[in-house]
Design a binder for this molecule. Sequence first.
Ligand code: PMV
Length: 324
Amino acid sequence: METSSAPGKVFLFGEHAVVYGEPAVVCAIDRRVTVAAGTTDNTRDSIHADADTGLPVSEIRAEYDGERTILTGETDGFEYIETAVDRAREEVESDARLEIEIESELPIGAGLGSSAAVVVATVDAVTRELGVELDPERIAEIGHEVEKEVQGAASPADTFTSAVGGVTYVEPDDELRSLDTEEFSETELVVGYDGDSAPTGEMVEGVRRLREESDVAARVVESIGDLTREGVDAVKRGDIEETGDLMNLNHGLLEALGVGSSSLSRMVWAARDSGAEGAKITGAGGGGCVVAVPGDDPETVAAGTEIESERVFEVTVSDGVRRE
Ligand code: PMV
């Protein structure tokens, strides 16, 4: 049995625009998905996913051999897991059957990269169990293929960040790299969660349509790219004030693209009103999470944000996929 874990993430800048080749700055956070993989003599794979945190991560118990039998629970997330197991097996040219056990600290579909984290941790645990140690960059590539297969469209932002950890700069057609951000890496971030979720695919489709129909919307997407190019320098310098200002600007542009919601706005304003330097949606939007840079007083910002949130997480920058 091999066990691996991989982190969730927040977007500091650039979600949605990254789908059109603009850059994004993404940060791995210290809430993780843990996957244990063991080979079995059974003729089918079996997968059990459970949440140990009281968050609404569906419990899944299922068997799979090309055809799926759900034994208990919902199917949310199942396709990601079975596709990741298949791709990992292909990578090491094995036909072994596997038992997979998953625990998650991340809400599903809420902008914290739960699908990328489960995919990255599954690929690492399965390939290790089958005797091959892949480097994080290769795990990220396989993870990106899995997300594209399951979602139809996906940028490499989530899977790359979950695999390599830290703060990353993702420019899809050009480069994916880790940022040297010693100062920013010590910053605490506050994440507000409204208990809601929205399918990434649908949110991406909504922005795609708007961008096609409206030149103004297309320029909003380009403006997100421009502010991200400024934001990356602010993050590298550890300039929290400028990072926060640019996050506020980014939030406004995401709302202009139609991916805001009243509860996301309430959490953003609660964070700002309690002293955050900046706050914005993280991820696809529509519902889920916001991220705030709290400046000097994370406790006050967390307490203020909590008033408008279902849950608040205080997080720090985390390492990438690792063996447990
Ligand atoms: O909500 P999440 O964590 O799935 O993030 C989606 C981010 C998008 O930029 C909207 C899509 C993508 O593939 O990058």
